[in-house]
Design a protein around this ligand. Structure first.
Ligand code: FAD
Length: 379
């Protein structure tokens, strides 16, 4: 019987598995998907995560293939509204590291246990002093597993493993977005957020002269890939990004939701990552929140396994810090999401003015801190 079972081998489960393994805990990872990889979502890794993962060597691996984004610009039409300087923050890693999610997952999993793939966890229940999991394997065979502790890191899709369905309902925002990762003519390590009357267009550098573009979608009902690509092209061309507009091969759509669970622990069942909190990706903090959940939980679980009894007081403090951090990140993401909506002429002028003020010293240092996750309780 493994001491800890982690449900889900997304970035958060992978990190937790590796951190437990590094501390000598017998941890097993169960993953529904038969193969790793898939589409890239999270690309930004923030300073507190880089600092937390430095001792294990993960940060060095992440940075070897990442772009270091030291500044961001807010623009409207041809006007520069202001800049955010991550390189002025007094932190060990004064930048946002950007890299594809698959590269992040590879860096996280190097020292961890290999996930058992094609294993879908159907339920998790207490069973005396242990936890019992019902698992269905690819091909249909079912298995019952036991562990001392179970951590649900299953993302939003299997939140029901840990929470009652009525308590786990996320709030959906009305907004829809288009996204593409594409080659561009030249490397430029600046992040750019354009706020025009038609809504937000974000542009983030990626390794290898590529960029991630995210745009507010004016016509989300037409989800045909050709139509999505055409709309993305039109947005990019309207913003003067003609090179990227010509090069994009495809675009996809996504929607955003908000959920913050008030509890992350019930006995020997714990919850981390998107299963516990889902924040709008506009601002890019969801994966980072989950990585900090995992990095701060691992030493407590190791102590639990070593001593044979749960460090209840430390786990309660961990839970309070992580829930408070998720609430802060959700509030920041919500503000970003509202700021990125299409507006009429007057409201747009007010938005531009508000941003110019917010991006002037000294307020812009607070903004840089907030965007770099400096307000997280474990930063
Ligand atoms: C477009 C987009 C861009 C984003 N960009 C950023 C960004 O730049 N920075 C950032 O910090 N965040 C970003 N995010 C958010 C980020 O992607 C998520 O917060 C992050 O992936 C959550 O990681 P996770 O491991 O908790 O969950 P997931 O990534 O959802 O992984 C959960 C895993 O559990 C598995 N699983 C599910 N159910 C079961 C089951 N029953 N049994 C076994 N396995 C199961 C799934 O197959 C999956 O592999 C973005 C999100 C989107 C949509």
């Amino acid at each position: 019987m493994p001491e800890v079972v982690v449900v889900g081998a997304g970035p958060v489960g992978l990190l937790l598995g590796a951190e437990l393994h590094r501390r000598g805990v017998d941890a097993q990872l169960l993953e529904r998907r038969e193969a790793a990889g898939g589409g890239s979502r999270a690309i930004g890794v923030h300073a507190p995560v880089l600092a937390a993962l430095e001792p294990s060597g993960v940060t060095e691996r992440l940075l070897s293939g990442a772009v270091r984004v030291t500044r961001g610009e807010a623009r409207s039409g041809p006007a520069l509204l202001g800049t955010v300087r991550f390189d002025r923050l007094r932190v060990r890693f004064p930048f946002v590291a950007t890299l594809p999610q698959s590269a992040t997952e590879s860096a996280l999993s190097v020292d961890g246990p290999a996930a058992r793939r094609g294993a879908t966890v159907l339920s998790v229940r207490p069973d005396g002093a242990r936890m019992r999991l019902a698992v269905r394997h690819a091909g249909g065979a079912e298995e019952e597993l036991h562990a001392r502790v179970v951590v649900v890191a299953s993302g939003a899709g299997a939140r029901g493993l840990a929470y009652r369905t009525d308590a786990a309902r996320a709030r959906a925002y009305p907004d829809r977005y288009l996204m593409t990762d594409t080659a561009v003519a030249a490397d430029d390590p600046t992040a750019v957020v354009r706020l025009d009357r038609g809504g937000v267009l974000e542009s983030f550098p990626l390794p290898g002269a590529r960029r991630r573009f995210v745009a507010w979608d004016a016509d989300p009902d037409d989800a045909h890939p050709t139509a999505q690509r055409a709309r993305m092209r039109a947005v990019l061309a309207a913003a003067g990004e003609h090179d990227a507009a010509e090069r994009i091969a495809s675009a996809s759509g996504f929607r955003v939701r908000r959920f913050v669970a008030p509890r992350l622990r019930r006995g020997a069942l714990l919850v981390v990552g998107d299963a516990a909190h889902e924040v709008s990706p506009i601002g890019g903090q969801g994966m980072n929140l989950g990585l900090l959940d995992a990095a701060t939980l691992a030493p407590l679980l190791a102590e639990w396994v070593r001593s044979g009894s749960a460090p209840d007081a430390a786990l309660a403090r961990w839970e309070r810090r992580r829930v408070a951090s998720a609430r802060t990140a959700a509030a920041i993401a919500s503000l970003n999401t509202s700021l990125g909506r299409p507006l009429g002429a007057r409201a747009d002028a007010a938005r531009r003015l508000g941003l110019r003020v917010a991006l002037s010293p000294p307020a812009r240092m607070l903004l840089a801190r907030a965007y770099a996750m400096g307000l997280d309780r474990d930063a």
